[in-house]
Design a protein around this ligand. Structure first.
Ligand SMILES: NC(=O)c1ccc[n+]([C@@H]2O[C@H](COP(=O)([O-])OP(=O)(O)OC[C@H]3O[C@@H](n4cnc5c(N)ncnc54)[C@H](OP(=O)(O)O)[C@@H]3O)[C@@H](O)[C@H]2O)c1
Length: 320
């Protein structure tokens, strides 16, 4: 908590100045919040093509227009539909990405935070969107990212996941049970008050495991914490006390988005690593993530994820 408040009050991530000239970049959840502001920076910084991966195409078109107006660059952003609550939509989106001549950078940012229990594809929806299909998409993008590296060995593509420091604010005792993702999706067991935090812990564990299976010299896979920022994340269920807390403590959306851009431009040292305030800082992984128990939990959940994803697209895990 001390580190969190220190960052919120005393650290301002650097205004992005890295070049994205000529790059093809994907940002999911780019119609709002941090994703929109990151896409705006990356467009300003010279990207050739910025794919706004959105579930609401009308909102995506409005975001595109807004970015074009503010950056003065038109013909760069493209709005592509993806709904991470659906395997079919995630697969179709990934297949469309695979038709691109190259993909230099993918920022997997889309997520939900809700206390309502809903089911998507047989799992609680936060688990499906923030964890299962975010990882599915990341894994499906790898062949295109690797092929981009082969075509242009002078630069390494990046796959960046937006996680959160709240991964450290939740316990995960269910990891010892069989099929923990199924267990936490049981309505009688789901603790929806801490569901978002759990989803971010699961994402941290799985991204670490994914990165351990891919050479950083081929694709740099990293994850980042943007800090507490103004956005639409808690739009449906924000208690008034949290609104006041955010008013006092939160970064602006633009300032928070700088951390996404920093990770999308980070070097090999960020492979498998946790970035906060725009810099690698693995000491900010929770003590659970760094523990032996955390390592066992990670292997267990990876095993469960692998069989879920093999059921969604047979063979998907074989290249890893
Ligand atoms: N804001 C913070 O304080 C904070 C702190 C730590 C980490 N983060 C992380 O930052 C990332 C961005 O969040 P944000 O704060 O910018 O929230 P946001 O303003 O709510 O943006 C979330 C984006 O994800 C999209 N999305 C949600 N469900 C989706 C689905 N099923 N398929 C495709 N897209 C979907 C949303 O689309 P719609 O507009 O259509 O819903 C929206 O574009 C998230 O990963 C979040 O966990 C945020």
């Amino acid at each position: 908590m001390g580190g969190f408040l220190y960052s919120q009050f005393f650290v301002t991530p650097q205004y992005p100045g890295q070049s994205f000239t000529g790059q093809t970049v994907l940002v999911t959840g780019a119609n709002a919040g941090l994703g929109l502001e990151a896409a705006r920076h990356i467009t300003r910084l010279g990207a050739e093509k910025v794919i706004l991966g959105v579930r609401n195409v009308v909102a995506g078109e409005a975001a595109k227009e807004d970015i074009e107006k503010s950056t003065g660059r038109s013909g760069v952003c493209e709005v592509w539909k993806v709904d991470l609550a659906s395997h079919e939509s995630t697969l179709a989106f990934a297949d469309r990405i695979a038709t691109l001549p190259k993909l230099d950078n993918a920022i997997l940012n889309a997520a939900i935070a809700t206390k309502d229990f809903n089911v998507a594809e047989g799992y609680e929806a936060t688990i499906t969107i923030n964890v299962i299909n975010s990882l599915l998409l990341g894994i499906l993008l790898l062949p295109t990212l690797k092929a981009t590296r082969q075509k242009n060995p002078s630069s390494t593509p990046r796959l960046t996941f937006v996680v959160s420091e709240v991964h450290a604010w939740v316990n995960f005792p269910e990891w010892t049970e069989e099929n923990p993702l199924k267990v936490v999706s049981d309505p009688s067991r789901a603790k929806m008050g801490e569901r978002y935090m759990l989803s971010k812990l699961l994402e941290v564990l799985l991204v670490q495991e994914l990165a351990s299976r891919v050479r950083g010299s081929e694709v740099i896979i990293n994850m980042l914490n943007p800090g507490l920022c103004h956005s639409q994340l808690t739009r449906n269920n924000e208690p008034w006390a949290f609104t006041v807390f955010k008013f006092l403590v939160a970064r602006s959306t633009e300032v928070g988005s700088r951390t996404l851009v920093a990770s999308a431009a980070a070097g090999l040292e960020s492979h498998g690593a946790y970035m906060t305030n725009g810099e690698v800082d693995n000491t900010m992984f929770s003590s659970f993530v760094r523990s032996d128990e955390g390592r066992q939990a990670r292997e267990k959940v990876w095993g469960e994820l692998s069989s879920i994803l093999e059921g969604v697209r047979p063979g998907v895990m074989q290249g890893l």
